[in-house]
Design a protein around this ligand. Sequence first.
Ligand SMILES: Cc1cc2nc3c(=O)[nH]c(=O)nc-3n(C[C@H](O)[C@H](O)[C@H](O)COP(=O)(O)OP(=O)(O)OC[C@H]3O[C@@H](n4cnc5c(N)ncnc54)[C@H](O)[C@@H]3O)c2cc1C
Length: 280
Amino acid sequence: MDLHTVTAYDIAYSRADLALGPGDALVGGGTWLFSEPQPHLHRLVDLSGLGWDPITLGPDTVDISATCTIERLSWLSDRHDWASAPLFRQCAEALAASWKIWKRATVGGNICLSFPAGSMISLAVALEAEAVIWTPDGDERHLPVADFVTGVASNLLVAGEVLRSIRIPVEALHCRTAFRKIALSPLGRSGSVVIGRCDGNASFTLSVTAATTRPHVLRFARFPTARALSSALDELVPAEDFHTDAHGAADWRRAVTAVLAEEVRAELSAGEASEKEGRP
Ligand SMILES: Cc1cc2nc3c(=O)[nH]c(=O)nc-3n(C[C@H](O)[C@H](O)[C@H](O)COP(=O)(O)OP(=O)(O)OC[C@H]3O[C@@H](n4cnc5c(N)ncnc54)[C@H](O)[C@@H]3O)c2cc1C
């Protein structure tokens, strides 16, 4: 839709172009910005001119630029050297947005919107990614994406800051993962996304997103029993953190999250047992 209060559209080519004032907003892919009225906005600053490499592979970390499209990110699932590779496409497909929107929608736009159904948040949290944030004074700060998102459409980004990238430790990419998503309708917006990660030393990490107002990460030194997992969920993910909207009621989200968490635990622990026995 047209944003008729917006009177300037600038393309940023360098960091200096990212100075933002009141009424200014960044544009990633614009798939959300242009989808509803933004009467408080007067100027848009488009990040596409910065020419950031979408994906930078380092020895210990993989940086995904904020401007990386969801389509480009999903191609990482074609890698055969990362045990967690399937997660990239699984998380892209967890969006209600289709492959057409993936061509424009960016990883950064999804995370900065900070909606519970932001599946780039689910991905980043499951892989222990940190947010690399450019601050207006020319510096940068880092924090776990799990802490970055603080509630429905709220996060720790302050005025003038730009999400530059998310940084995933390579170690996490070598972990086996299991993914579950549920929605009220087959192509609906996620009601709960639960991802498990099994580290080389048999520790187990479970992340809960979409069902709750902010991400929750549960860590276990070894695989919990079904009962221990269920108790940990009850204890560590407070009932009041499950939220209600058109895509699901809090009590439904809480109940299905427990079911998905047990499925994830069972899948990964079965895989762990086969590995120990040397079975394929
Ligand atoms: C049909 C449809 C289905 C959708 N389904 C989902 C869904 O299931 N889950 C979901 O979460 N969203 C969904 N969306 C919303 C949206 O398309 C996605 O969240 C998308 O990933 C947003 O990315 P974008 O680059 O287009 O963001 P934009 O629209 O460009 O920006 C979104 C917000 O983030 C800010 N921003 C963008 N980049 C940065 C940055 N680098 N640093 C700081 N701030 C930044 C912008 O100023 C704006 O406030 C859907 C949209 C459509 C049209």
